[in-house]
Design a protein. Structure first.
Ligand code: ADP
Length: 343
Protein backbone atom coordinates (compact mmCIF):
# COMPACT_ATOMS: atom_id res chain seq x y z
CA UNK A 1 0.00 0.00 0.00
CA UNK A 2 1.22 3.47 -0.89
CA UNK A 3 2.00 5.57 2.21
CA UNK A 4 1.26 9.27 2.72
CA UNK A 5 5.01 10.03 2.87
CA UNK A 6 5.48 8.32 -0.49
CA UNK A 7 2.56 10.26 -2.00
CA UNK A 8 3.98 13.54 -0.69
CA UNK A 9 7.47 12.75 -2.05
CA UNK A 10 5.97 11.68 -5.36
CA UNK A 11 4.08 14.96 -5.66
CA UNK A 12 7.06 17.02 -4.53
CA UNK A 13 9.18 15.63 -7.37
CA UNK A 14 6.24 15.80 -9.81
CA UNK A 15 5.71 19.47 -8.86
CA UNK A 16 9.41 20.18 -9.43
CA UNK A 17 9.37 18.39 -12.79
CA UNK A 18 6.19 20.14 -13.93
CA UNK A 19 7.49 23.54 -12.74
CA UNK A 20 10.75 22.92 -14.66
CA UNK A 21 8.80 22.03 -17.79
CA UNK A 22 6.73 25.23 -17.50
CA UNK A 23 9.92 27.21 -16.90
CA UNK A 24 11.65 25.60 -19.87
CA UNK A 25 8.73 26.65 -22.12
CA UNK A 26 8.77 30.22 -20.74
CA UNK A 27 12.57 30.51 -21.12
CA UNK A 28 12.60 28.98 -24.59
CA UNK A 29 10.07 31.56 -25.72
CA UNK A 30 11.81 34.42 -23.93
CA UNK A 31 15.30 33.55 -25.24
CA UNK A 32 13.88 32.87 -28.72
CA UNK A 33 12.13 36.25 -28.89
CA UNK A 34 15.18 38.01 -27.41
CA UNK A 35 17.50 36.45 -30.02
CA UNK A 36 15.23 37.42 -32.92
CA UNK A 37 14.80 40.90 -31.45
CA UNK A 38 18.56 41.29 -30.92
CA UNK A 39 19.54 40.32 -34.46
CA UNK A 40 16.77 42.40 -36.02
CA UNK A 41 17.78 45.42 -33.94
CA UNK A 42 21.51 44.84 -34.48
CA UNK A 43 20.88 44.80 -38.21
CA UNK A 44 18.95 48.09 -37.95
CA UNK A 45 21.71 49.63 -35.83
CA UNK A 46 24.36 48.69 -38.40
CA UNK A 47 22.53 50.54 -41.19
CA UNK A 48 23.38 54.16 -42.05
CA UNK A 49 20.69 56.74 -41.24
CA UNK A 50 17.90 56.55 -43.84
CA UNK A 51 18.43 60.00 -45.36
CA UNK A 52 22.00 59.00 -46.23
CA UNK A 53 21.36 55.55 -47.49
CA UNK A 54 23.31 54.05 -50.32
CA UNK A 55 20.62 54.90 -52.87
CA UNK A 56 21.25 58.63 -52.48
CA UNK A 57 23.49 60.20 -55.09
CA UNK A 58 26.85 61.74 -54.42
CA UNK A 59 26.79 65.38 -55.47
CA UNK A 60 29.34 68.11 -55.00
CA UNK A 61 27.08 69.85 -52.49
CA UNK A 62 26.13 66.59 -50.71
CA UNK A 63 28.98 64.11 -50.78
CA UNK A 64 27.83 60.68 -49.58
CA UNK A 65 28.36 61.10 -45.86
CA UNK A 66 29.02 57.37 -45.35
CA UNK A 67 32.12 57.60 -47.43
CA UNK A 68 33.61 59.93 -44.86
CA UNK A 69 35.85 57.65 -42.75
CA UNK A 70 35.29 59.70 -39.62
CA UNK A 71 31.52 59.49 -39.95
CA UNK A 72 31.78 55.79 -40.76
CA UNK A 73 33.86 55.15 -37.67
CA UNK A 74 31.46 57.16 -35.56
CA UNK A 75 28.47 55.27 -36.92
CA UNK A 76 30.12 51.90 -36.35
CA UNK A 77 31.05 52.84 -32.80
CA UNK A 78 27.49 53.97 -32.12
CA UNK A 79 26.15 50.71 -33.59
CA UNK A 80 28.55 48.58 -31.50
CA UNK A 81 27.63 50.52 -28.37
CA UNK A 82 23.93 50.14 -29.17
CA UNK A 83 24.33 46.38 -29.66
CA UNK A 84 26.20 46.11 -26.37
CA UNK A 85 23.52 48.02 -24.42
CA UNK A 86 20.79 46.01 -26.13
CA UNK A 87 22.53 42.74 -25.27
CA UNK A 88 22.91 43.71 -21.61
CA UNK A 89 19.25 44.73 -21.40
CA UNK A 90 18.07 41.53 -23.04
CA UNK A 91 20.23 39.40 -20.73
CA UNK A 92 18.85 41.31 -17.72
CA UNK A 93 15.30 40.83 -19.02
CA UNK A 94 15.91 37.09 -19.37
CA UNK A 95 17.35 36.83 -15.87
CA UNK A 96 14.24 38.58 -14.51
CA UNK A 97 12.04 36.28 -16.63
CA UNK A 98 13.93 33.28 -15.21
CA UNK A 99 13.33 34.38 -11.61
CA UNK A 100 9.70 35.47 -12.09
CA UNK A 101 8.99 32.53 -14.42
CA UNK A 102 10.45 30.13 -11.85
CA UNK A 103 8.08 31.39 -9.16
CA UNK A 104 5.10 31.45 -11.53
CA UNK A 105 5.91 27.94 -12.79
CA UNK A 106 6.12 26.57 -9.25
CA UNK A 107 2.82 28.26 -8.31
CA UNK A 108 1.08 26.90 -11.42
CA UNK A 109 2.51 23.41 -10.93
CA UNK A 110 1.31 23.38 -7.29
CA UNK A 111 -2.15 24.54 -8.37
CA UNK A 112 -2.32 21.84 -11.03
CA UNK A 113 -1.21 19.01 -8.79
CA UNK A 114 -2.74 19.98 -5.42
CA UNK A 115 -6.26 18.60 -6.10
CA UNK A 116 -4.78 15.37 -7.51
CA UNK A 117 -2.58 15.01 -4.42
CA UNK A 118 -5.53 15.62 -2.08
CA UNK A 119 -7.53 13.03 -3.99
CA UNK A 120 -4.76 10.44 -3.81
CA UNK A 121 -4.29 11.07 -0.09
CA UNK A 122 -8.02 10.64 0.50
CA UNK A 123 -7.94 7.37 -1.42
CA UNK A 124 -4.92 6.11 0.51
CA UNK A 125 -6.65 7.08 3.77
CA UNK A 126 -9.78 5.22 2.65
CA UNK A 127 -7.82 2.07 1.76
CA UNK A 128 -5.92 2.22 5.03
CA UNK A 129 -9.11 2.72 7.12
CA UNK A 130 -10.95 0.01 5.19
CA UNK A 131 -8.15 -2.55 5.62
CA UNK A 132 -7.99 -1.75 9.32
CA UNK A 133 -11.75 -2.29 9.66
CA UNK A 134 -11.62 -5.54 7.69
CA UNK A 135 -8.73 -6.90 9.72
CA UNK A 136 -10.66 -7.01 13.03
CA UNK A 137 -13.49 -9.37 12.00
CA UNK A 138 -11.11 -11.41 9.82
CA UNK A 139 -8.75 -11.96 12.76
CA UNK A 140 -11.70 -13.03 14.94
CA UNK A 141 -12.79 -15.48 12.27
CA UNK A 142 -9.29 -16.89 11.90
CA UNK A 143 -8.80 -17.32 15.66
CA UNK A 144 -12.06 -19.19 16.32
CA UNK A 145 -11.42 -21.50 13.39
CA UNK A 146 -7.81 -22.23 14.41
CA UNK A 147 -8.87 -22.99 17.99
CA UNK A 148 -11.54 -25.41 16.70
CA UNK A 149 -9.04 -27.08 14.33
CA UNK A 150 -6.54 -27.66 17.13
CA UNK A 151 -9.06 -29.76 19.04
CA UNK A 152 -8.46 -33.48 18.40
CA UNK A 153 -12.19 -34.12 18.21
CA UNK A 154 -14.94 -31.70 17.25
CA UNK A 155 -18.42 -32.87 18.21
CA UNK A 156 -21.10 -32.22 15.63
CA UNK A 157 -22.93 -29.71 17.84
CA UNK A 158 -19.71 -27.68 18.33
CA UNK A 159 -18.95 -27.87 14.59
CA UNK A 160 -22.44 -26.59 13.81
CA UNK A 161 -22.03 -23.79 16.30
CA UNK A 162 -18.70 -22.84 14.71
CA UNK A 163 -20.15 -22.87 11.21
CA UNK A 164 -23.09 -20.76 12.39
CA UNK A 165 -20.65 -18.28 13.92
CA UNK A 166 -18.61 -18.24 10.70
CA UNK A 167 -21.68 -17.59 8.58
CA UNK A 168 -22.70 -14.69 10.85
CA UNK A 169 -19.20 -13.19 10.68
CA UNK A 170 -19.10 -13.55 6.89
CA UNK A 171 -22.50 -11.81 6.67
CA UNK A 172 -21.07 -8.90 8.69
CA UNK A 173 -18.01 -8.75 6.46
CA UNK A 174 -20.29 -8.68 3.47
CA UNK A 175 -22.25 -5.80 5.00
CA UNK A 176 -18.97 -3.97 5.57
CA UNK A 177 -17.69 -4.49 2.03
CA UNK A 178 -21.12 -3.49 0.63
CA UNK A 179 -20.98 -0.31 2.68
CA UNK A 180 -17.43 0.40 1.51
CA UNK A 181 -18.40 -0.15 -2.09
CA UNK A 182 -21.41 2.15 -1.80
CA UNK A 183 -19.21 4.82 -0.23
CA UNK A 184 -16.60 4.47 -2.98
CA UNK A 185 -19.17 4.39 -5.78
CA UNK A 186 -21.04 7.43 -4.49
CA UNK A 187 -17.88 9.47 -5.19
CA UNK A 188 -17.93 9.23 -8.94
CA UNK A 189 -21.70 9.20 -9.28
CA UNK A 190 -23.29 11.64 -11.70
CA UNK A 191 -26.42 12.71 -9.86
CA UNK A 192 -29.44 13.86 -11.82
CA UNK A 193 -30.70 16.92 -9.95
CA UNK A 194 -34.42 17.17 -10.68
CA UNK A 195 -37.36 18.48 -8.61
CA UNK A 196 -38.33 15.76 -6.16
CA UNK A 197 -40.85 15.95 -3.34
CA UNK A 198 -39.78 15.41 0.28
CA UNK A 199 -42.84 13.13 0.62
CA UNK A 200 -41.53 10.83 -2.15
CA UNK A 201 -38.11 10.69 -0.48
CA UNK A 202 -39.51 9.84 2.96
CA UNK A 203 -41.97 7.23 1.69
CA UNK A 204 -39.16 5.45 -0.25
CA UNK A 205 -37.03 5.44 2.90
CA UNK A 206 -39.90 4.21 5.09
CA UNK A 207 -40.73 1.39 2.66
CA UNK A 208 -37.14 0.17 2.84
CA UNK A 209 -37.09 0.03 6.66
CA UNK A 210 -40.70 -0.75 7.53
CA UNK A 211 -39.82 -4.42 8.16
CA UNK A 212 -37.01 -3.51 10.58
CA UNK A 213 -39.31 -1.11 12.46
CA UNK A 214 -42.06 -3.72 12.67
CA UNK A 215 -39.57 -6.25 14.06
CA UNK A 216 -39.02 -3.87 16.99
CA UNK A 217 -42.72 -2.95 17.06
CA UNK A 218 -41.85 0.67 16.46
CA UNK A 219 -44.17 3.23 14.88
CA UNK A 220 -42.99 5.58 12.14
CA UNK A 221 -45.01 8.77 11.83
CA UNK A 222 -44.62 10.45 8.46
CA UNK A 223 -45.48 14.15 8.55
CA UNK A 224 -43.42 15.25 5.54
CA UNK A 225 -44.98 18.10 3.53
CA UNK A 226 -45.22 18.10 -0.26
CA UNK A 227 -42.20 20.36 -0.67
CA UNK A 228 -40.01 20.00 -3.74
CA UNK A 229 -36.22 20.01 -3.50
CA UNK A 230 -33.58 19.55 -6.20
CA UNK A 231 -31.99 16.14 -6.18
CA UNK A 232 -31.64 12.53 -7.14
CA UNK A 233 -34.53 10.65 -5.51
CA UNK A 234 -32.84 7.24 -4.98
CA UNK A 235 -29.73 8.82 -3.43
CA UNK A 236 -31.75 11.10 -1.15
CA UNK A 237 -34.01 8.19 -0.13
CA UNK A 238 -30.83 6.27 0.77
CA UNK A 239 -29.60 9.17 2.92
CA UNK A 240 -32.94 9.46 4.78
CA UNK A 241 -33.03 5.63 4.97
CA UNK A 242 -29.66 5.68 6.79
CA UNK A 243 -31.12 8.09 9.38
CA UNK A 244 -34.20 5.91 9.72
CA UNK A 245 -32.09 2.74 10.05
CA UNK A 246 -30.06 4.36 12.85
CA UNK A 247 -33.20 5.65 14.57
CA UNK A 248 -34.51 2.07 14.60
CA UNK A 249 -31.18 0.53 15.67
CA UNK A 250 -30.49 2.96 18.50
CA UNK A 251 -34.00 3.22 19.96
CA UNK A 252 -35.86 0.86 22.32
CA UNK A 253 -38.69 -1.37 21.18
CA UNK A 254 -42.13 0.19 20.78
CA UNK A 255 -40.72 3.71 20.64
CA UNK A 256 -41.80 6.22 18.01
CA UNK A 257 -39.92 7.76 15.09
CA UNK A 258 -41.20 10.94 13.44
CA UNK A 259 -40.25 12.25 10.01
CA UNK A 260 -41.03 15.91 9.46
CA UNK A 261 -40.28 18.53 6.85
CA UNK A 262 -40.34 22.30 6.54
CA UNK A 263 -39.09 25.23 4.57
CA UNK A 264 -36.23 27.47 5.65
CA UNK A 265 -35.35 30.27 3.24
CA UNK A 266 -34.18 28.73 0.00
CA UNK A 267 -33.93 25.26 1.55
CA UNK A 268 -36.23 22.37 2.25
CA UNK A 269 -35.61 20.52 5.54
CA UNK A 270 -36.33 16.89 6.34
CA UNK A 271 -35.83 15.65 9.91
CA UNK A 272 -35.82 12.23 11.53
CA UNK A 273 -36.58 12.32 15.25
CA UNK A 274 -36.18 9.30 17.52
CA UNK A 275 -36.68 8.68 21.23
CA UNK A 276 -33.72 6.38 21.65
CA UNK A 277 -30.44 6.27 23.55
CA UNK A 278 -29.17 9.58 22.17
CA UNK A 279 -25.57 10.52 21.44
CA UNK A 280 -23.03 11.74 24.00
CA UNK A 281 -21.84 15.34 23.49
CA UNK A 282 -18.24 14.17 22.98
CA UNK A 283 -19.33 11.81 20.15
CA UNK A 284 -21.64 14.23 18.36
CA UNK A 285 -18.91 16.10 16.38
CA UNK A 286 -17.50 12.81 15.06
CA UNK A 287 -20.52 10.70 14.11
CA UNK A 288 -20.32 11.77 10.44
CA UNK A 289 -16.66 10.63 10.23
CA UNK A 290 -16.03 7.43 8.33
CA UNK A 291 -15.81 4.35 10.62
CA UNK A 292 -16.66 6.37 13.72
CA UNK A 293 -18.90 4.59 16.18
CA UNK A 294 -19.95 6.06 19.50
CA UNK A 295 -18.49 4.24 22.51
CA UNK A 296 -21.61 2.42 23.61
CA UNK A 297 -22.12 0.90 20.15
CA UNK A 298 -18.47 -0.21 19.87
CA UNK A 299 -19.09 -2.63 22.70
CA UNK A 300 -21.85 -4.31 20.70
CA UNK A 301 -19.04 -5.92 18.61
CA UNK A 302 -20.02 -4.56 15.21
CA UNK A 303 -23.48 -6.09 15.50
CA UNK A 304 -25.17 -2.94 14.26
CA UNK A 305 -22.79 -1.50 11.74
CA UNK A 306 -19.36 -0.17 11.00
CA UNK A 307 -19.75 3.58 11.16
CA UNK A 308 -20.17 3.97 7.42
CA UNK A 309 -23.86 4.98 7.25
CA UNK A 310 -23.65 8.61 8.35
CA UNK A 311 -20.47 9.19 6.31
CA UNK A 312 -22.37 8.01 3.23
CA UNK A 313 -25.44 10.14 4.13
CA UNK A 314 -23.19 13.19 4.53
CA UNK A 315 -21.50 12.51 1.19
CA UNK A 316 -24.88 12.24 -0.59
CA UNK A 317 -26.17 15.44 1.04
CA UNK A 318 -22.98 17.37 0.17
CA UNK A 319 -23.24 16.17 -3.43
CA UNK A 320 -26.61 17.96 -3.44
CA UNK A 321 -25.10 21.17 -2.00
CA UNK A 322 -27.02 20.46 1.18
CA UNK A 323 -26.16 20.12 4.87
CA UNK A 324 -26.78 17.43 7.48
CA UNK A 325 -26.77 18.15 11.21
CA UNK A 326 -27.56 16.24 14.38
CA UNK A 327 -28.76 17.31 17.80
CA UNK A 328 -29.19 14.87 20.62
CA UNK A 329 -30.02 14.51 24.30
CA UNK A 330 -28.41 11.39 25.78
CA UNK A 331 -31.08 9.10 27.16
CA UNK A 332 -33.88 11.01 25.42
CA UNK A 333 -33.28 10.82 21.67
CA UNK A 334 -31.81 12.45 18.58
CA UNK A 335 -32.89 14.65 15.69
CA UNK A 336 -31.08 14.43 12.34
CA UNK A 337 -31.90 17.16 9.83
CA UNK A 338 -31.01 17.31 6.16
CA UNK A 339 -31.34 20.62 4.33
CA UNK A 340 -31.51 20.70 0.53
CA UNK A 341 -31.87 23.48 -2.04
CA UNK A 342 -35.52 24.00 -2.96
CA UNK A 343 -36.51 23.21 -6.55
P1 ADP B 1 -23.34 2.60 12.24
O1 ADP B 1 -23.29 1.66 11.11
O2 ADP B 1 -22.42 2.27 13.35
O3 ADP B 1 -24.72 2.89 12.71
P2 ADP B 1 -23.32 5.34 11.39
O4 ADP B 1 -22.28 6.07 10.63
O5 ADP B 1 -24.66 5.25 10.81
O6 ADP B 1 -22.71 3.92 11.66
O7 ADP B 1 -23.41 5.99 12.81
C1 ADP B 1 -22.23 6.33 13.54
C2 ADP B 1 -22.50 6.28 15.04
O8 ADP B 1 -23.38 7.35 15.40
C3 ADP B 1 -23.21 5.03 15.47
O9 ADP B 1 -22.27 4.01 15.76
C4 ADP B 1 -23.95 5.48 16.71
O10 ADP B 1 -23.09 5.42 17.82
C5 ADP B 1 -24.23 6.94 16.44
N1 ADP B 1 -25.63 7.17 16.00
C6 ADP B 1 -26.05 7.39 14.75
N2 ADP B 1 -27.38 7.61 14.72
C7 ADP B 1 -27.81 7.51 15.97
C8 ADP B 1 -29.11 7.63 16.60
N3 ADP B 1 -30.21 7.90 15.91
N4 ADP B 1 -29.16 7.47 17.94
C9 ADP B 1 -28.06 7.23 18.66
N5 ADP B 1 -26.81 7.09 18.13
C10 ADP B 1 -26.70 7.24 16.81
Amino acid sequence: MISFKKIRNLFRSATARLALSYLAIIMLMSIGFSTVFFFASAHELGRPPRQYNAASQDTDDHPHIERDPLVREYLEERAAEGRHVLLIRLVALNVITLAAGGMLSYYLARRTLEPIEANMEAQAQFVSDASHELRTPLTALQTTNEVALRKPKLPEAAARELIGHNVAEVAKLQALTDGLLRLARQDGKDLARVPVSLQAISSDAINAFLGAAQDKRMAIEDATPDLKVLGDQPSLARAVGILLDNAIKYSPEKSKIIITGSRSGKHGLISVTDHGQGIATRDLPHIFDRFYRADQSRTSSYADGYGIGLALAKKIVHQHDGEIVATSTPGKGSIFTISLPLA
